[in-house]
Design a protein around this ligand. Structure first.
Ligand SMILES: NC(=O)c1ccc[n+]([C@@H]2O[C@H](COP(=O)([O-])OP(=O)(O)OC[C@H]3O[C@@H](n4cnc5c(N)ncnc54)[C@H](OP(=O)(O)O)[C@@H]3O)[C@@H](O)[C@H]2O)c1
Length: 213
């Protein structure tokens, strides 16, 4: 898959590294072209402008801090219209750990509206250090990765990309459910800022879930 990653930070690096290892063709872009080029170099990927990255993509990951979302969306142009867009972003401020979006509205829906893309919310519930783990399992149980969206092709692409990083995909609903995934992230982020280890997760387990320990 040709994957464009918009944002050249932690999430771009950890997810990009696993996708590159699975044979995907990556293009990286970001506010700092130097940073994007350096990351592209490390991932054996290409780099380009936001508009070039949008055109390159079979699917895109947007991974920027919420403070940079408006800046990013303004630069994408029309290139992601009708394409799968994975949104891992958390509009959560770090004083009271509340959502910065208006009540009932998600960042995922804002991205869909601005780009015309088929947005899927995913990968937003764990610290980058979790995605970096060679095998993402806790107590011998694989990590469940909730995601939600409206479009079958975009959902299918996301499922594959979750499996490529070693997670077990769990569709939680349509894009209206992105709001709940973003709110759930606020709980985890607050825990991390209060000192819990970065590899802290919520998982979904039942008595059928394989455990090796
Ligand atoms: N890190 C995690 O553990 C984690 C986990 C789950 C979800 N997320 C979410 O994933 C997204 C990316 O996180 P990250 O850790 O990868 O972020 P990051 O490393 O801090 O930065 C990601 C990108 O955002 C850009 N950016 C930051 N502020 C900006 C601004 N004001 N205007 C324009 N661009 C700006 C950065 O550009 P510069 O390099 O030029 O600053 C960089 O390209 C966030 O929405 C975060 O909530 C993060």
């Amino acid at each position: 898959m040709r994957i464009s990653i918009l944002g050249a930070g932690n999430m771009a690096e950890v997810l990009g590294a696993k996708w590159a290892a699975n044979g995907h063709d990556l293009m990286i872009t970001g506010r700092s072209s130097e940073k994007a080029a350096a990351l592209a170099d490390r991932l054996n990927a290409r780099t380009g402008s936001f508009a070039e990255a949008a055109l390159h993509a079979d699917a895109a990951l947007i991974a920027v801090l919420y403070q940079g979302m408006e800046y990013t969306l303004e630069r994408i142009g029309d290139g992601l219209r009708g394409k799968p867009i994975i949104d891992c972003n958390n509009p959560v401020e770090i004083e009271g750990f509340t959502l910065t979006t208006p009540p009932g509205e998600s960042m995922a829906q804002q991205i869909a509206k601005a780009t015309g893309g088929h947005v899927v919310k995913a990968f937003n519930l764990c610290h980058a250090d979790v995605w970096r783990m060679p095998s993402i399992a806790f107590d011998g149980r694989p990590l469940t990765v909730p995601y939600c969206g409206d479009h079958p092709t975009a959902l299918h692409a996301t499922t594959r990309l979750i499996e490529d990083v070693g997670g077990v995909p769990l569709q939680t609903g349509d894009l209206r459910h992105a709001h709940y995934l973003e709110a759930s992230a606020a709980i985890i982020i607050a825990q991390l800022f209060r000192g819990r280890p970065t590899r802290t997760v919520f998982n979904l387990v039942d008595d059928q879930t394989p455990a090796t320990q």
